[in-house]
Design a protein around this ligand. Structure first.
Ligand code: SAH
Ligand code: SF4
Ligand code: F3S
Length: 444
């Protein structure tokens, strides 16, 4: 290995899947002797793990890569790679904008990247290496141990075979592939031995999971994890409303380790828009599901994703979204302005359906954000004066002695403590609630 090329900085854009892929990559590179640094100025190699879901995510990464590549002028040995979803979408085309880029590799190639980086670094000049889509995803890369952590994200799927008309993910990550059941269980058992207490199962439609080897279902998986000693909490993102079966509802009632906090991306409250988006459910189905969930857990936390300004969205359609959001009273949400993604069906609607102008998009976005501010504050207020069990995750970066963890309902709780509390469950008496977090004091 070239001794001057050992310090790698990885920057992650996009979703939790990408974050977990970056952590896996870091583990693979560490195993080869590289040092992963948290400050970009300490690195001689920068890897950007990118996202294509909206235009803004891509332009940020391109801008960053451009600035990083300028470092080559002073240091010709400096290296920059673009990995992840944008590398899958644009591949070699990226070299037209960024000719000095050293590496381009899609998410499907994750397992191969550490070897490939090591090999290409042996060459006198590294520029323009492109790794192609490896076809079948090699899930074994997720079995290597990561740095110990009280909360661990566990990928159970790759890709997506749904046909949501606005979405680029099926193109960047390919069709849905499910990780073998045994590999998931093995990773979680191993993590439990290293101190992990909470797992978050990751996939684009987690509840459509099916074991490729023995056909076991998502609920079978949840049941098996329920029985793993040391794991106290189970979460999953994102379940798709169209795949929310009675079996899963019963599972939520039967398996106490599943946290009463669900992320249920609805995208819109207008049946006309839901149909145009090819989401496969109606607002009535959402309301029915929410009623069933609240019957199981009256306090359940419900969060969502919304797209405003989808082509053809009228004021009336938006009112339907506002109304559904208000009726359900989602206590957390990601609200996105529609961003046309090249090659998706909705991007080619351009002339057929009137687009929503930016100012209207912005106004709808703001209206939902202020509604969210009300619903989330109201939800969080109910915890004031209660005692919450919190799994301590780390420093709250708010002065030296502030630490944070989450309660069962996935709400961030900030309190005074010491680093030795990380990884333990603590009882916190809540004294204050805002739209985004709770604060409290530790009971001794
Ligand atoms: N698989 C998940 C979503 C993954 S993408 C699901 O189906 O729920 C994460 C979120 O990005 C989506 O829920 C959607 O709200 C948003 N999103 C996806 N494509 C988008 C686009 N073209 N413009 C704006 N937001 C988009
Ligand atoms: Fe995209 Fe739809 Fe798949 Fe979610 S379910 S990743 S929105 S295509
Ligand atoms: Fe995730 Fe963005 Fe890819 S949301 S799957 S990193 S396009």
């Amino acid at each position: 290995m070239n001794a001057s090329l050992q310090c790698i900085w990885i920057k992650t854009y996009g979703c939790q899947m990408n974050q977990r892929d970056s952590d896996t990559l870091a583990a693979g590179l560490r195993a080869k002797g590289y040092t992963i640094v948290s400050n970009e100025n300490d690195a001689d190699i920068a890897l950007l793990n990118t996202c294509s879901v909206r235009a803004l995510a891509e332009s940020k990464a391109i801008g960053k890569a451009g600035r990083l590549l300028k470092k080559k002028k002073k240091n010709p040995n400096y290296r920059v790679g673009i990995l992840g979803c944008m590398a899958a979408r644009l591949g070699k085309q990226l070299l037209q904008t960024l000719p000095e880029l050293d590496w381009i590799a899609p998410p499907q190639a994750l397992a191969k990247i550490p070897d490939w980086i090591q090999e290409t670094l042996q060459k006198p000049s590294c520029c323009g290496n492109v790794l192609s889509d490896a076809g079948n995803f090699d899930f074994r890369c997720y079995e290597q141990a990561l740095l110990p952590s009280p909360v661990l994200s566990i990928p159970i799927q790759q890709g997506c075979s749904m046909k949501c008309s606005y979405c680029i993910v099926p193109k960047t990550r390919g069709p849905q592939q499910n990780r073998p059941f045994a590999s998931i269980i093995q990773e979680i058992q191993q993590a439990a031995l290293q101190g992990t207490r909470e797992v978050i199962l990751l996939g684009q439609i987690v509840n459509a999971y099916r074991d490729p080897e023995q056909g076991k279902s998502f609920v079978d998986l949840l049941t098996a994890i329920q029985n793993i000693e040391g794991i106290e909490r189970i979460r999953f993102v994102s379940p798709h409303p169209a795949y929310f079966t009675d079996e899963l509802l019963q599972g939520l009632g039967r398996l106490p380790k599943i946290c009463p906090a669900l992320h249920l991306p609805i995208q819109s409250g207008s049946n006309r828009m839901l149909q145009a988006m090819h989401r496969g459910y109606t607002r009535e189905k959402i309301l029915q599901l929410v009623r069933a969930l609240r019957t199981l857990h009256p306090l359940i936390s419900l969060s969502t994703d919304i797209i405003v300004g989808y082509p053809g969205e009228t004021e009336e359609d938006f009112e339907q979204t506002y109304d559904l959001f208000q009726t359900v009273a989602f206590d957390m949400a990601y609200i996105f302005k529609y961003s046309p993604r090249p090659t998706t069906p909705s991007a080619s609607l351009k002339d057929a359906v009137p687009t929503v102008d930016t100012r209207t998009q912005e106004a709808r976005n703001q209206r939902l954000l202020s509604l969210l501010n009300e619903t989330s504050t109201r939800y969080n207020q109910q915890f004031v004066h209660t005692k919450q069990t919190v799994l301590v995750e780390g420093s709250a970066h708010r002065g030296e002695q502030k630490w944070f963890g989450r309660n069962l309902y996935n709400k961030k709780v900030i309190f005074e403590g010491t680093p030795s509390l990380i990884g333990s469950f603590q009882t916190i008496r809540i004294t204050k609630a805002t739209a985004s977090a709770l604060e409290g004091t530790r009971e001794s």
